[in-house]
Design a binder for this molecule. Structure first.
Ligand code: FAD
Length: 258
């Protein structure tokens, strides 16, 4: 284990935060229980006083094939998973393209696009040294009860990378802003869309400091340059309050606020 200083104003996808000392966990280390694990910080908003943090080192970013099973380390970036699948003509990972993060973050969030989610293709996950079959893990829309740090995951290999599906899914993302963000701030409520509700209460495009509810996609909070934690939190709470007062809907954060 070793400490590394990570500047979250550069590392996090929303470009908010400060330099923090992060404990880097290596292959043979006992994983500490008293620290918050971060992956690629694409679904996080870091406060000025975050809990102690840790991260999996590059020891956890290997990928290997044995028989019909693919084993991937949890620190593997999603983009590399897609290129590997393409190169080896493996299907199932097309939706991970342009879904920023690491495999570990995807597993914890059950990340996905439309009906494609990581748990649909997952065989098993290694948590605290034990391989747990996916079917024994409780999961749902943007959550999974991993009950520990995922070190690696296994996927049954199905042949046939689907380039057409990848391109169709990429087209779907054309309504997403390219400015720094943490993806969707809220989960979609049942049978509705958080973006529609935020727009309906008049907050699409609303600004505080350099933070703004995106003009392109109202559920994305974008950083126009020097956005900070307090302005982001203000807009998040404002949206929750207005949506609750107008529609009686309790918006639930998808992002993790640390
Ligand atoms: C522009 C943009 C678009 C996005 N679009 C989508 C989308 O379409 N669909 C979607 O689902 N998400 C989307 N996201 C959100 C993000 O891509 C996913 O949530 C992604 O899986 C986060 O991965 P990460 O490694 O960055 O995790 P982080 O943000 O670092 O962490 C997220 C959570 O995962 C946990 N975690 C990380 N690694 C592990 C591990 N090894 N074991 C256990 N827990 C772990 C963390 O503790 C935290 O609770 C988008 C984000 C951005 C910025």
């Amino acid at each position: 284990m070793f400490f590394k200083t990570i500047d979250f104003s550069k590392y996090s996808s929303i470009k908010i935060g400060q330099p923090a000392k992060v404990l880097m966990v290596e292959k043979d280390d006992q994983i500490p229980q008293n620290r918050y694990l971060i992956g690629g910080a694409n679904n996080l908003l870091l406060s000025p006083n975050p809990p102690p943090l840790m991260m999996l080192s590059k020891d956890f970013s290997a990928i290997s094939q044995k028989d019909d099973m693919l084993t991937i380390g949890a620190a593997m970036p999603t983009g590399r998973m897609v290129s590997y699948a393409k190169k080896h003509d493996i299907s199932g990972f097309e939706f991970c393209s342009k879904l920023p993060g690491t495999l570990g973050g995807m597993l914890a969030m059950n990340a996905g696009v439309k009906e494609y989610e990581i748990f649909n293709i997952l065989h098993s996950v290694e948590i605290n040294g034990k391989w747990i079959p996916a079917k024994e893990i409780e999961y749902g829309y943007r959550f999974a009860k991993l009950e520990g740090v995922a070190a690696r995951a296994r996927f049954k290999i199905q042949k046939g990378f689907n380039q057409e599906l990848l391109e169709n899914l990429l087209n779907l993302r054309s309504n997403q802003p390219s400015l720094p963000s943490a993806g969707s701030i809220f989960k979609n409520p049942k049978d509705d869309y958080a973006g529609r509700l935020i727009e309906a209460v008049g907050l699409k495009g609303a600004k505080r400091g350099d933070m703004q509810w995106s003009e392109m996609h109202a559920n994305f909070l974008v950083n126009l340059g020097k956005g900070n934690f307090f302005d982001a939190l203000y807009l998040i709470n404002l949206a929750k309050e207005k949506v609750y007062n107008t529609f009686g809907v309790n918006l639930q954060e998808e992002i993790k606020i640390l």
